[in-house]
Design a protein around this ligand. Structure first.
Ligand code: ACO
Length: 329
């Protein structure tokens, strides 16, 4: 079974029903619709009110399976990219149970807003080696759990959602044309959701540290500069590996962090506006969910056609960033 290719054969997405508009935010913190829209492109976002991360992810997964004409029992591997699991030990197994993918091995992968791209690349290695045939890749986050709702510099940005794709082994062609992934821990302080513990004495000379995670902390300008510099580079490297250039891209789908970041990157790559997919106005920054959410919406709107070449790029905490070039099925 060696030497197989990867085909992406279905997509799905899910968002909570509750909506928070820019006007709503202006009642929470000192901000305005005009400030948020002009600086970020966001108009509204969806926030979970009780639906768990696993439930959101399961809804997206079921949609992707339906599009792929597969049943859950046919899934061999399920990878959940998330930074906001219901359970710190991982939520992929809960998703596996919810959808009834009882044959699948399931695990979480954490790479913040790059999570979906990193997960897609990871599962592709298993597929190419002939280890697993049908694979679910889910990007899901409920960032609203970890936002400081009194901090106007972050609370206007983040939101909740899930997106999924089904990847399948193909003996005839490989639709994952190229990829590149990068990390830089020296810039970890630019964006994090850090654990903070307090020392607790258990016995003489024996202490542990107990506590919890804090809220999201971000140096917005640093992240902005990092994204604009590194994302065009990583897309160009992935294109080089695919033996393609920017003119071959039919659709550019970037992590939906900020419309100004999306525009600046497209401009640097000289990719025209009509080839850039963005739904940030409706969903805000949904972290690992944002790329599959935008992909699924564009597929269901009929924008993306069979064999279109799509460049996706995620970037965010870690810092991490990566790109993948693939053809739609
Ligand atoms: N409403 C009104 N004013 C605000 C708000 C707000 N919501 N937030 C900040 N301001 C104020 C600031 O206090 C500042 O005021 P001052 O000049 O009096 O000090 C002023 O607006 C300008 O603030 P800046 O931070 O300089 O605003 P900037 O134009 O850089 O935009 C933003 C901020 C939108 C956060 C931008 O820097 C950005 O998008 N950065 C990248 C963020 C990003 O991509 N993050 C996610 C990565 S994904 C992940 O891994 C989770």
């Amino acid at each position: 079974m060696k030497g197989l290719g990867v085909a992406i054969i279905g997509s799905g997405s899910a968002v909570p029903t509750q909506i928070l508009t820019n006007q709503d935010l202006s009642r929470l913190v000192e901000t305005s619709d005009e400030w948020i829209e002009s600086r970020t492109g966001m108009k509204k976002r969806h926030l979970s009110t009780g639906e768990s991360l696993s439930q959101l992810a399961a809804r997206a997964a079921i949609e992707a399976l339906t599009m792929a004409s597969l049943v859950p029992m046919e899934i061999d591997l399920l990878v959940l990219a998330t930074s906001t699991p219901d359970d710190l030990f991982g939520s992929a197994c809960q998703v596996q149970q919810l959808i009834g993918a009882t044959r699948a091995v399931a695990f979480d992968l954490t790479a913040a807003c790059s999570g979906f791209v990193f997960a897609l690349v990871t599962v592709s290695q298993f597929i190419r080696q002939g280890v697993y045939k049908n694979v679910l890749v889910i990007g899901a986050d409920v960032l609203s759990r970890w936002v400081d709702w009194g901090d106007r510099t972050t609370c206007v940005l983040f939101a909740d959602g899930a997106g999924a794709v089904v990847c399948q082994a193909s003996s005839t062609e490989d639709r994952l044309l190229g990829f590149e992934m990068c990390s830089d821990g020296s810039q970890n302080g630019s964006l994090n959701l850090a654990y903070q513990g307090i020392s607790k004495n258990l016995l003489d000379n024996l202490t542990v540290t107990t506590g919890t995670y804090q809220t999201i902390s971000m140096k917005g300008k640093e992240v902005y500069r990092f994204a604009i510099e590194k994302v065009p580079e990583v897309i160009e490297k992935a294109l080089y590996r695919a033996n393609l250039n920017t003119a071959d891209i039919d659709w550019l789908i970037l992590h939906q962090a900020n419309q100004r970041i999306i525009d600046a990157i497209a401009e640097r790559l000289e990719i025209p506006r009509e080839k850039v997919i963005s739904n940030i106005a409706k969903y805000g920054n949904t972290s690992a969910a944002s790329i599959p959410l935008a992909l699924d919406e564009a597929v269901r709107q009929g924008k993306i056609s069979p064999r279109d070449t799509i460049a996706v790029s995620g970037f965010g905490a870690g810092l991490t960033w990566g790109a993948a070039i693939f053809q739609w099925f």
